[in-house]
Design a protein around this ligand. Sequence first.
Ligand SMILES: Cc1cc2nc3c(=O)[nH]c(=O)nc-3n(C[C@H](O)[C@H](O)[C@H](O)COP(=O)(O)OP(=O)(O)OC[C@H]3O[C@@H](n4cnc5c(N)ncnc54)[C@H](O)[C@@H]3O)c2cc1C
Length: 391
Amino acid sequence: MTLFRKELRDALSMLYSSSDAMQLLESLGDLMESKIMPNARRIDAERIFPRENLDMLFKHGLCRIPFPSRYGGLELPYPVYIASLEMLGMACASTGLSLAIHCTVCSGIEMFGSEEQKEHYLKPLIHGKMLGAFALTEPDAGSDAKAIQTRARLDEHNNSYIINGRKRFITNGGYADLYLVFAVTEKGYSAFLVDKDCNGLRIGKYMDKMGVRGSTLTELHLNDCIVPKANLLGEEGKGYDYAMEMLHTGRIGIAALSTGIAQIAFEKSLAYSKRRYAFGKPIAEFQMIRQKLADMHTAISAARHLTLSAAWAKDNGLDYALIAAEAKLFASETAKMVSDEAIQIHGAYGYVDEYDVNRHWRDARMMSIGEGTSEIMRLIISHRLLRSDVL
Ligand SMILES: Cc1cc2nc3c(=O)[nH]c(=O)nc-3n(C[C@H](O)[C@H](O)[C@H](O)COP(=O)(O)OP(=O)(O)OC[C@H]3O[C@@H](n4cnc5c(N)ncnc54)[C@H](O)[C@@H]3O)c2cc1C
């Protein structure tokens, strides 16, 4: 069996029919089903950072999929990468979150970095020789990303910036080799590539969490952190636009992970409903259970098509911010609904650890918070519809 399920293959083939891409997804699906999925429960229970999984996926080229060949990328369409994230959501959401954030950092460097930065960082990042982290959120600035307090001062004499501030809720914290840090300079909101061993950078508290427990979440302390001037990403003062663009991109990835979590919770529910007997027959024969299964599957299909369409829009140079927000909103809410119904269908067996569906529910709960909450997605969507540019 491969995690490259028929539904996903069919949805993708409406957009692309390249056999190379399909073969790659088939083999990634095999790898995830045989090597990654069996360890997902242990990774969650023991809070193991999924380094081995990431290394396997890097080796198989997952992170190279959407990037240009001149940096060692496979230059395949973005929906192919997004399809691989859906499978990873099925296999192990902790690994999926770590990898998705890493790839968001890669996209940022690809979109806004200099040639030198692409050579120095993008190449090793997409080959998995370095791991990336995205450091935007602060103790007092989450949804209101413009409120960040981290400051960067240009030190012309030493050709560097000196950064001071504190970041919080940083995925891959402590394991990343590179932190993409947002800070405000004299010219405004800016983005910096900060190496892990940069003077003045310290990893703070590791935060325990209810789901995606294999991926780390840490604080980041920047105390007179000295970053070479060459590590400014793009132009000074344009960092907010860069952050928003990276978030639009990253949200399609979170939507794909959400769809994958929903898909695996659905599959377990379908199988269980056929073998669990009550009142002398399989519970799948009760109309109320059938209605749940039908609603779950319909919502997953809609989430998948919306997510792949958002990826297609990005790939084809369209303005994809609206559809990316819609995909993130719909898929993450679908993952919550489906994993909740999955627990209901499993009854007490769903509430205890027996079938892992409570893990899917805990993992799904994150998806409507990280990379912008559902409320913020609704704000983005409604502002776009009302033609306001507030966000
Ligand atoms: C597992 C996990 C991983 C994460 N990884 C990263 C990472 O790698 N890098 C990073 O920078 N951040 C990361 N985050 C942080 C995440 O992006 C923020 O949690 C998120 O943006 C929300 O910010 P907040 O938690 O401060 O909530 P707040 O902004 O304080 O919001 C609290 C509540 O108020 C609502 N709200 C806020 N403003 C409005 C409004 N205008 N209208 C209506 N409702 C509103 C929100 O929707 C939410 O329900 C991660 C978070 C989690 C949980």
